[in-house]
Ligand binder design. Structure first.
Ligand code: ZN
Length: 167
């Protein structure tokens, strides 16, 4: 019993090391204004936010807090507070994740090629802290034809703030 416990512990530790290294080398290539250690992020974020923003997780469809939110306002990065998307560009995608056809400023998001799970997808991350937001697809509505498919847990919505709205 005890031996198997230790074995599991060592295995988990090894897996942690491998994924940590992979993540660090990936992160090193990118330069972000806001950089924190995993421990710091863990302290600041909820476990769900940490898993999605820092470990590139995906929330289960139709369970997030914003997929059905159609109030006017701005969606900020849950990691660093950068304004990312406006309710003006949010649309009903039917996917169960908050979907937008355009970011507030293309400079605020970064697109990275993601080849995980045997698929080629375009990952969307916050350009300021590198937090994972979701993916972008080419089947969105006009005028961009893009669908930014994001996790609610990556975002922080504030109602009524239209200061960054384009007129
Ligand atoms: Zn951020």
């Amino acid at each position: 019993m005890k031996r198997s416990y230790i074995f599991t512990f060592v295995l988990a530790g090894l897996a942690g090391l491998i994924s940590c290294n992979a993540q660090t080398s990936k992160m090193d290539k990118e330069e972000y204004k806001v950089t924190k250690t995993n421990e710091e992020w863990q302290k600041e974020l909820t476990p769900e936010q940490y898993h999605i923003l820092r470990e590139k997780g995906t929330e289960i469809a139709f369970t997030g807090k914003y997929w059905e939110n159609y109030k006017n306002g701005i969606y900020y990065c849950g990691g660093c507070g950068t304004p990312l998307f406006s309710s003006d560009t949010k649309f009903k995608s039917g996917t169960g994740w908050p979907s937008f056809w355009k970011p507030i400023d293309p400079k605020n998001v970064k697109i990275i090629k993601d080849t995980s799970y045997g698929m080629v997808r375009e990952e969307v991350v916050c350009a300021v802290c590198g937090g994972h937001l979701g993916h972008v697809f080419n089947d969105g509505p006009r005028p961009t034809g893009l669908r930014y498919c994001l996790n609610s847990a990556s975002l922080e919505f504030k109602a009524g703030n239209d200061s960054t709205k384009e007129k």
